[in-house]
Design a binder for this molecule. Structure first.
Ligand SMILES: Cc1cc2nc3c(=O)[nH]c(=O)nc-3n(C[C@H](O)[C@H](O)[C@H](O)COP(=O)(O)O)c2cc1C
Length: 178
């Protein structure tokens, strides 16, 4: 079967919505060509939540193995991907992308994607005033994202970045780019 879309998928260092993101990615690989970009924090957090092995089954770029200029980000300038999804996106990665900082694997990839008109879809962890989430041991707790986190998300939406609340929404949105 010919892959419908060439998808780059970024995992940042977030526990919130991590397992759901891995589930979605595993489902998408049956219909699309997928490559994963994993931040160093993403690698640590995926190990803590027990999903690093599942992520490792995909073609993978690890920030921990890249140089400081992130050569792999050039693939976004060279038209190798139809869409870039970052899910889950930490408040750290969201802030960097909004402000034009490109000093980490995912912020550099996003920067190149946006400068090369590759659509960017993000599922931020800190997307509403109160977020209920789960610790690796299953304990449920709440976080209260800061005003600045919500402001970054609003600004990215205005710029044309697709912001979703949950990775389960990704598959529907991808139809837009087929
Ligand atoms: C177990 C664990 C879970 C975390 N979950 C989140 C999260 O859901 N959202 C978030 O913004 N940061 C979270 N963090 C903090 C980020 O990993 C940290 O800010 C890191 O520097 C982000 O780097 P990155 O954006 O390059 O991936 C978590 C950290 C740990 C250790």
């Amino acid at each position: 079967m010919v892959a419908a879309l060439r998808i780059a998928w970024g995992f940042s260092g977030a526990g919130h919505l991590l397992l759901e993101s891995v589930d979605v990615l595993e489902h998408l690989k049956d219909h699309h060509e997928v490559k994963v970009f994993l931040s160093s924090a993403g690698e640590e957090v995926a190990r803590i939540y027990g999903v690093l092995e599942r992520i490792g089954n995909f073609p993978l770029v690890r920030e921990s193995k890249q140089g400081h200029a992130f050569p792999s980000c050039g693939s976004f300038n060279l038209g190798k991907f139809d869409v870039f999804v970052i899910s889950p996106a930490t408040s750290n990665t969201v802030a960097k992308i909004r402000l034009g900082i490109a000093d980490s694997l995912l912020s550099c990839c996003a920067s190149q994607a946006l400068k090369s008109k590759v659509p960017l879809i993000m599922v931020p962890t800190d997307s509403k005033p109160v977020v209920e989430t789960k610790a690796p041991n299953g304990k449920v707790f709440k976080i209260y994202p800061r005003k600045v986190d919500l402001e970054h998300i609003r600004a990215l939406k205005e710029e044309g970045v697709v912001i979703l609340e949950h990775p389960y929404e990704v598959e529907n949105i991808l139809e837009r780019f087929l």
